[in-house]
Design a protein around this ligand. Structure first.
Ligand code: SAH
Ligand code: SF4
Ligand code: F3S
Length: 473
């Protein structure tokens, strides 16, 4: 594990970034020569917001190289899948989708297929690609995304296949171009990697060690976005509560939040994910004090059983978790808490699972992401005996969903008649405008499209269990 004082050396050197800018121009020249109209790039990102944020940088780089982004796979000149390795299902989908590209590649040999992201940081995955999907042009891991221009250049010039996924504690590449998917909601990664090694989790293996971005860079990025009219900024990291562990930074996460809160303008700050072991009363007090910080806390608990939490290496107890929540609800009565939970961790018994259900009943989550344990190669949990069948785990999973559904329904029902400030986001499938409350609850209401991208006051008229329906004030 890197010593804290080494963290600065993780910055990609300026000469390296300069070299990539030169490759960008070389690719651009090739592209302009080969295509009469700008070639189309289809970029699809799987997984968490951190990966989505990487995806925006990959698109930014491709645009600088002369590509035009498209939402249509059909007819694309370049297909890039930015993958996720968190669960087997996520990986299976990628393998399926890559397999389906073979016919497209056969019909158009000039089409380029690129794979990157967390899956591609694993040796066994790259071996499988080499063996079963040799038609893939470029495979690159999470630590070298800034080298996309170089990879593309060598492939476009001489058809060189690239498989590049160096073992590394991780880097920070600043000043990459960003193609933001939205013009009113923005992601700002504040840290990368993870040091926690929860027994089930692949992230520390594929994302390297925890490293924080310089607060000055983060604050400047936020100021710039707000001056461009962005209304919501979401700070990203696998464990934002441990932000800032660097001798030169002098700013922990709570202090960073206060700095961002003091920026002039009408906007809202969100963040994810918080780890209970590092979530402090200071942070909760700061959330309560800071008007622009959304009263929403995503605080994954994973299990309600202390024995299972210990096996998971989560380093907190059920009691500590509930104490944090009680304090949070005390200082922010309107707080909305969401969480993640794993059902069927190896060796979990039904009685232990029931402790998860009782925790859910006590915690009063607004919503919850529930996952059935998925064994990840190389993690500690993958070597633990796992006697409970998938069917049995499926039954537990549904039991948990039923418990949470009742709680969510009660919560949304208690919101009927009240008015909330909502950031209007999109048109829903049924033609309503869809937005989110500060607590991150979706609300739909009839309105004109012109409200999208602005804050509006909306009164809740109906509860639909997980979401709300309302009307504009
Ligand atoms: N850093 C975050 C979680 C990131 S992964 C945290 O510590 O809370 C998002 C969620 O995926 C996790 O909270 C966990 O609930 C789930 N998850 C991770 N690995 C998993 C696995 N092997 N099987 C099932 N769910 C998993
Ligand atoms: Fe995975 Fe745990 Fe790190 Fe979250 S804190 S990314 S669950 S290892
Ligand atoms: Fe998936 Fe990687 Fe995020 S494994 S959840 S994309 S950090």
């Amino acid at each position: 594990m890197s010593a804290v004082s080494d963290i600065k050396s993780v910055a990609v050197p300026a000469q390296e970034m300069q070299k990539q800018k030169e490759y960008t121009q070389l690719v651009r020249a090739i592209v302009e020569q080969r295509f009469t109209d700008a070639p189309k790039a289809f970029v699809h990102t799987y997984g968490c917001q951190g990966n989505v944020s990487d995806g925006e940088r990959l698109k930014g780089m491709l645009e600088e190289m002369g590509y035009l982004m498209t939402d249509e796979l059909e007819g694309a000149d370049l297909v890039l899948y930015n993958t996720c390795a968190i669960r087997e299902h996520a990986e299976d989908r990628v393998f399926g989708n890559v397999g389906a590209l073979k016919a497209m590649k056969n019909a158009n040999r000039e089409m380029k297929i690129l794979l990157c992201g967390c899956m591609m940081q694993q040796e066994w995955v790259v071996e499988k690609i080499k063996k079963s999907y040799p038609f893939v042009d470029i495979v690159f891991g999470t630590h070298v995304i800034h080298r996309l221009p170089e990879f593309l250049y060598y492939n476009l010039r001489g058809g060189k296949k690239i498989r590049e996924y160096p073992e590394c504690d991780g880097v920070i590449a600043e000043e990459l171009p960003v193609h933001r998917d939205s013009d009113f909601k923005a992601w700002i990664p504040i840290m990368y990697g993870c040091n926690n090694f929860c027994a089930y989790c692949i992230v520390p293996y594929v994302r390297g060690r925890e490293r924080s971005r310089d607060p000055k860079v983060i604050i400047d990025e936020a100021k710039q976005l707000i001056s461009q009219g962005y209304k919501e900024i979401t700070l990203l990291g696998q464990n934002v509560n441990s932000y800032g562990k660097h001798p030169d930074y002098g700013m922990n996460f709570a202090a960073l939040l206060r700095e961002l809160n003091s920026i002039e303008g009408d906007f809202i700050i969100r963040f994810m994910t918080s780890h209970p072991k590092d979530c402090t009363f200071e942070l909760l007090d700061t959330m309560a004090e800071c008007k622009k910080v959304a009263k929403h806390l995503h605080l994954p608990f994973q299990s309600g059983s202390n024995r299972v939490l210990g096996e998971m290496n989560r380093r907190y107890t059920r009691e500590k978790y509930l104490e944090l929540l009680n304090y949070a609800y005390k200082v922010m009565p309107e707080l909305s808490v969401t969480s993640d939970v794993i059902v069927g961790f190896p060796g979990e018994t039904y009685e232990e699972f029931k402790e998860t259900v009782t925790l859910v009943e006590e915690a009063k989550f607004t919503s919850m992401y529930t996952f059935i344990f998925s064994s990840r190669e190389g993690t500690k949990a993958s070597k633990m005996p796992d006697p409970v069948s998938r069917e049995e785990k499926g039954r537990w999973f549904r039991e948990l969903l039923d418990a949470q559904e009742k709680i969510a329904a009660k919560r949304t029902a208690s919101m009927v008649g009240k008015t909330y400030r909502v950031l209007c986001e999109s048109v829903s499938k049924n033609g309503f405008i869809e937005g989110r409350t500060e607590g991150n609850i979706i609300i739909e209401f009839p309105a004109d499209k012109s409200v999208i991208g602005s804050f509006r006051e909306v009164t809740v008229t109906e509860s639909l269990t997980w979401i709300l329906r309302g009307e504009l004030n």
